[in-house]
Design a protein around this ligand. Sequence first.
Ligand SMILES: CC(C)(COP(=O)(O)OP(=O)(O)OC[C@H]1O[C@@H](n2cnc3c(N)ncnc32)[C@H](O)[C@@H]1OP(=O)(O)O)[C@@H](O)C(=O)NCCC(=O)NCCS
Length: 194
Amino acid sequence: MKPATSESVLDRPRDVTVRSSTESDVASMVAIYTHHVTRGLGEFDAEPMQAVDINRRRKNMLRRRLPHLVAERDGMVVGYAYAVPFRKRPAYRYAVKHSIYVHPDHLHSGIGRQLLPALVEACTGAGYRQMFAYIDAENVPSQSLHEVHGFRRVGLLEGVGFKYGKWTDTLLMQRAIGEGTTTAPVEIAYSRTT
Ligand SMILES: CC(C)(COP(=O)(O)OP(=O)(O)OC[C@H]1O[C@@H](n2cnc3c(N)ncnc32)[C@H](O)[C@@H]1OP(=O)(O)O)[C@@H](O)C(=O)NCCC(=O)NCCS
């Protein structure tokens, strides 16, 4: 057993719980996403996300054994994170890309620090070997969070986006999970359905 003073225990805000999302979390996730899509650096959607979109994505991912997680604080959903296939073609079936969003009133209070490792752990447990994040080049909080959790910068997509009246660059960050490329993968279920 780890001593009570170990770093991992001290690092963990006691009031945050991470669990799989349920249908009743969808409205909270839409509210969080809508805030960031209309003001932040996190996304490129022109249209606000609808509950039905998040719910469809949730169900698709869960069917593929991909994690779709929420973080709760005081019984309120304060963040969510999920992984989707990196690409649809079967050769890429051991790679996922992910997204993470924290409630605007709870930023920089330790939610991402809980959600991201939980997502990494869930993806590892499901047999995936590589995780990727596409992060706006100006999104310092997200880059720092990913660096803290073992992701490294592997590419810069220049001028790939246009939002808020200017061209934007996107950073690609990657992390090997589980046994990475050191062993052959255990076959995982693959379906082209999105
Ligand atoms: C990126 C995001 C998920 C980080 O989550 P968070 O709960 O705010 O982060 P945490 O409080 O757990 O912080 C963990 C680490 O992330 C980094 N970080 C978080 N906020 C930061 C900030 N404002 N400035 C710099 N680094 C920051 C730090 O490395 C931090 O470690 P520290 O506490 O020792 O400084 C959150 O800012 C967010 O939802 N942003 C809007 C949506 C978005 O951009 N999503 C990512 C799309 S790729």
